[in-house]
Design a protein around this ligand. Structure first.
Ligand code: GUN
Ligand code: ZN
Length: 433
């Protein structure tokens, strides 16, 4: 017997990329829409009347007209091990890593603690409407097993990789070039394309990897070119100066990766705020993706990502919390911060662009755009339903909104986990943990 569910209510639809032209041509809201889900997959998307008539046997879930059926949020750059130190005060990147991050990541040397954090992290983020994340783990191979196992138990699509570091980190958090290669290879064989898991080769960033380690991971990627490769790029000015001092022979920060084959279509660079023109040209040429982490960039004091300039170059750009450098688990809050950074640069993003970035845009950077991030036929039914009047403050704004876009924007700017009415994972309604 097929498991068939009909979700009825306003539906967010994508017909293209709103960053590429006018958003009106690419994104729309069907106020009298419906979505038919069969065995975890979206089978039909259309009008409420037609689908109710054609599928009378389906289990029916009706959402009121102040709700919006959206793709599940895709958070394209996170560090799940930093869950416990989110919102730690007063440091900039390098001191923040040494003071808060590395000691906490050290605690995940205990497999039981890693398992507890992985489970807590996925439950927290799902409660905020996030159905897929791309996460850094710690140097411990078991921290990768912990996340993929927790994700498999929840049937969630997750991208993750063992973070590799062999210098400029505490002794207990360092691997070697050889062990980074060996452990990552074993994890790829265990997890890549295993159910809904996919593996990302993960050198943390140039300051914490020797040339030998970056070369070893470049070689591993060449052997497994269908994996993603995720790392950090040009997040903070002091970091860039450090990279220059460590690698004076290179042309720029990107070149420190390029020199070891760590660039390509499946490369995903987090932050990328202070880019040189050559770096932008090279990223555009290779098709590599950039991930904007706005709450992190203001929280750690990194700078203002040039979304408009980079989108004009048609670079794949995703959106992410960067938990725990970012100060929120919520992709709504993250969209709000992206809007605010756009305002500071004089290029505000429309609600349609923000929600596209948090779903289809992020999915595209992870090369998952044919599976998740859109309410479209054949897609996996990872669906987040928003309540657009979730608090008295938002409800009174919703009551005065002239259309759904105005209402959605108020929820983006002011909403939190209370705005998440339901989360569907591969067609099954998720229950709160
Ligand atoms: N650069 C290298 N590691 C990290 C990290 O854990 N968080 C952030 N925000 N930047 C980094
Ligand atoms: Zn990061």
């Amino acid at each position: 017997m097929m498991d068939t569910t009909l979700l009825v209510g306003p539906v967010l639809r994508f017909d293209g990329n709103p960053m590429d032209g006018s958003w009106q041509d690419a994104v729309r809201i069907d106020t009298a829409g419906a979505v038919l889900v069969c065995d975890g997959v979206i089978k039909v998307v259309g009008s409420r009347d037609t689908l109710l008539q054609d599928h009378p046997q389906a289990a029916r879930i009706e959402y009121a007209d102040d709700h919006l059926i959206c793709p599940g949020f895709v958070d394209a750059h996170v560090h799940y091990p930093q869950t416990g130190i989110i919102a730690s005060w007063g440091k900039r990147l390098i001191d923040w890593l040494n003071e808060y991050t590395f000691p906490e990541e050290m605690r995940l040397s205990d497999p039981a603690y890693a398992q507890a954090v992985a489970a807590r992290y996925l439950d927290l983020t799902r409660a905020h409407g996030t159905t897929t994340v791309a996460s850094y783990c710690t140097i411990h191979a078991h921290s990768v097993d912990a996340l993929f196992t927790a994700a498999a138990e929840r049937n969630q699509r997750v991208v993750a990789g063992k973070t590799c570091m062999d210098r400029n980190a505490p002794e207990g958090l360092c691997d070697t070039a050889q062990s980074a290669y060996d452990d990552s290879k074993t994890l790829i064989e265990r997890w890549h394309d295993n159910g809904r898991a996919s593996y990302a080769i993960t050198p943390r960033f140039t300051p914490t990897s020797t040339n030998d380690q970056l070369a070893a991971l470049g070689a591993l990627w060449a052997e497994h070119p269908d994996c993603l490769m995720q790392t950090h790029l040009s997040e903070q000015v002091d970091e860039i100066a450090w990279v220059r001092a460590l690698r004076p022979e290179t042309r720029d920060y990107l070149d420190t990766y390029e020199a070891h084959g760590l660039i390509g279509e499946r490369a995903v660079f987090g932050h990328a705020i202070h880019l040189e023109p050559r770096e932008i040209d090279r990223i555009a040429e290779t098709g590599a993706a950039l991930i904007h982490c706005p709450t992190s960039n203001t929280f750690i004091g990194s700078g203002l990502f040039d979304m408009a300039g980079l989108a004009a170059r048609h670079l794949p750009v995703g959106l992410a919390t960067d938990t725990g450098g970012g100060s929120s688990f919520s992709m709504l809050r993250t969209m709000a911060a992206a809007y605010e950074i756009g305002q500071l640069r004089g290029t505000p993003l429309h609600a349609a662009e923000l929600i596209w970035l948090a779903t289809a845009g992020s999915a595209r950077t992870l090369h998952l755009a044919d599976k998740i991030g859109s309410i479209s036929i054949g897609y996996e039914a990872d669906i987040t339903v928003l309540d657009l009047s979730s608090t008295p403050a938002i409800a009174q704004r919703h009551a005065q909104a002239k259309d759904m876009w105005e209402s959605l924007f108020a929820t983006i700017m002011m909403g939190d986990d209370r705005a998440i009415a339901d989360v569907w994972i591969a067609g099954i309604k998720s229950v709160a943990a």
